[in-house]
Design a protein around this ligand. Structure first.
Ligand code: G3P
Length: 216
């Protein structure tokens, strides 16, 4: 499974890139707003840190506007910039046009298997089911991921599933067990994935026992 970081914070992105596990980045307007930075400058810097898909979201609500924004963004890095398109009829139209122009898309705000089916048929490169936000309203978010994996497998659809709105390490375990292609993970959850109390206890014990070894 590919691992993306769900962040627009270049300090976090640089740190995780140095771990050797990072395959891409997803941003959204809320994440960029948190950085306090100008969006184009921020995204351009991210493209210099990570050589993999970097999602940036359009804000237009009509297909023509989405395509125009996408074409502008694609100039920043034609290979890696991936356009986040919100799930909607206008979004589907934009995905179809962008697929014809070889511009990568990530259909976002996906909350149902039918939305995922339609996005794949329109030609989306990626789709992003938001599992945490479903959990928030008492639906099992990961259930739709299982459904989408099965539907895409049934019909050989090549759109990649990005498990998004990840809130804890168990979301990532479930995503990998289900065969999702990608999890996009916030920095705090990536750090939680590394940690295990028995690892910390083990490191301390080996360090302490090393002190007991007679030195020449
Ligand atoms: O990748 C989507 C993500 O940024 C949304 O996460 O925690 O705002 O639901 P959250």
């Amino acid at each position: 499974m590919k691992i993306f970081i769900d962040s627009a914070d270049v300090k976090e992105i640089k740190e995780v890139e140095s771990w050797g596990i990072l395959d891409g980045v997803t941003t959204n307007p809320s994440l960029v707003a948190k950085t306090g930075r100008e969006i184009k400058e921020c995204v351009t810097e991210i493209t210099k840190i990570v050589d993999g898909p970097i999602s940036v979201e359009v804000i237009s609500t009509d297909a023509a506007g989405m395509v125009k924004e996408a074409e502008e963004w694609a100039k920043v890095n034609p290979k890696n910039i991936t356009i986040k398109i919100p799930m909607s009829i206008e979004g589907l139209k934009a995905v179809k046009v962008l697929a014809g122009k070889n511009i990568k898309t990530n259909v976002t705000l996906v909350f149902s298997p039918n939305q995922a089916l339609l996005a794949a048929k329109a030609g989306a490169t990626f789709i992003s089911p938001f599992v945490g936000r479903l959990d928030d309203i008492s639906h099992f978010g990961m259930e739709i991921v299982g459904d989408i994996v099965q539907i895409y497998d049934n019909y050989g659809l090549t759109t990649e599933i990005i498990v998004a709105s990840v809130r804890n390490p168990l979301h990532v375990v479930e995503a990998a067990r289900m065969g999702a292609h990608v999890s996009t993970i916030p920095f705090n959850v990536l750090k939680q994935m590394v940690a295990h109390p028995l690892t910390d206890i083990g490191i301390k014990k080996f360090f302490d026992d090393y002190q007991k070894i007679p030195k020449k």
